[in-house]
Design a protein around this ligand. Structure first.
Ligand code: TTP
Ligand code: MG
Length: 362
């Protein structure tokens, strides 16, 4: 089965949230970080808007230097609590589109979409849908890269920033990477680049002249990883982490808006099966079931049902979700998207026992 991996990374994350919450800031150099104190401040920039980057500002730059380069910038403090909440909301959306999902930082994640897509055209379409959903629900933008490996997807997400998509098919990897500086390869940094620089190698394209044994001989053991990346052979899996998660959801945007009840219910059924596979695997029981529905006019509704006791029961859940859906089925509007969410978790090795108790109590 071909492998499709996406890497999503929010654009100037902290600054984007501030610009969303105060539209007057849009289009201006916005800098999030320490107080510049008129150029005397200590501390550094956390991030800054793309307008501020035009003045040479970037993350980790001393705030005093930033102030010299851009004294008329808008300097704001970090509001960690707010960004953390937005990050959770973004991750929930991203995860709902993934077959396997791995959050890697506050604003980036990998999505394995090998089961959802059959070719790279579908991968690209999915990337558009995800971006549209994040923009629509949260008012911020992200950039998405896609390929057959995590490392190439990550390099690709950086390629068309901000608000960009870049999908690299396996046969195009060499052409895509060749003009780039070797420091674009994850793992080659300020120090690790030195042995390559000593040999006069600056661009990834120069590396394609070396067979693996020669690379390892000249640049050390680490270059085996570099060789794998540039040849599209990074096989690292998208690692799912379920610890501490508050909900699990999945949604599908129909390729064409539809009022075909059979198609809608069968999609609900598929989402329910996929989610229960994960829930059972991780021994998670839930109390709340939510249906999300978006109509052709983009109006979006959610309806939830909460149980008195935690369950992990695919058939019971399906019955509840279809009941929730029936309320909307009389609206005679075409459906654009449908989603299912389970929350209010109880993590217990005793799910089976819990369900058994239900039988005993009946
Ligand atoms: P990044 O994704 O590295 O940067 P970004 O989202 O601001 O910009 P880009 O469009 O280039 O992706 O980091 C995500 C957030 O993490 C960033 O908004 C602020 C925070 N951060 C710091 O606080 N200090 C740092 O040195 C970096 C790199 C990020
Ligand atoms: Mg980012």
């Amino acid at each position: 089965m071909p492998r499709f991996v996406l890497h999503a990374d929010l654009d100037c994350f902290f600054a984007s949230v501030e610009m969303r919450d105060n539209p007057e800031l849009k289009g201006k150099p916005v800098i999030i970080g320490a107080d510049p104190k008129g150029g005397e401040g200590r501390g550094v920039i956390s991030t800054c808007s793309y307008e501020a980057r035009e003045y040479g500002l970037h993350s980790a730059m001393p705030i005093s230097k930033a102030y010299k380069l851009c004294p008329h910038g808008i300097y704001l403090r970090v509001d960690g609590k707010k960004y953390s909440k937005v990050s959770d909301e973004v991750m929930e959306i991203l995860e709902s589109f993934a077959d396997k999902f791995q959050k890697v930082s506050v604003d980036e994640a990998y999505l394995d979409v090998s089961e959802s897509c059959i070719n790279f055209d579908e991968v690209k379409q999915l990337a558009y849908t995800i971006k549209e959903e994040i923009k629509r629900c949260l008012g911020i933008t992200c950039s998405i890269g896609g390929s057959n490996s995590k490392s190439i997807a990550k390099i690709a997400s950086d390629q068309n920033k901000p608000d960009g998509i870049c999908i690299v098919k396996p046969n195009d990897i060499k052409e895509f990477l060749s003009p780039m500086k070797i420091t674009r390869i994850p793992g080659i940094g300020k120090k690790t680049k030195n042995p390559y620089y000593k040999q006069g190698i600056r661009n990834i394209g120069d590396l394609y002249d070396f067979p693996l044994y020669k690379m390892m001989n000249l640049f050390g053991k680490h270059s085996k990883w570099v060789w794998k990346v540039i040849n599209g052979l990074d096989k690292r899996k998208v690692k799912e982490g379920h610890k501490g998660r508050k909900s699990i959801s999945k949604e599908r945007t129909f390729y064409k808006d539809t009022n075909n009840q059979q198609q809608i219910v069968s999609t609900i059924e598929k989402l329910n099966i996929i989610l229960h596979k994960k829930l059972i695997q991780k021994n998670i029981a839930y109390r709340t079931i939510t249906l999300k529905i978006r109509f052709e006019n983009f109006r979006t509704y959610t309806r939830s049902y909460s149980l008195d006791y935690p369950i992990c029961d695919q058939n019971k859940a399906l019955e509840i979700i279809v009941d929730l859906y029936e309320e909307f089925s009389k609206m005679f509007k075409k459906v654009r998207l449908i989603g299912v969410k389970f929350s209010n978790f109880e993590r217990t090795p005793k799910i089976l026992q819990t369900n058994l108790m239900m039988f005993v109590n009946c």
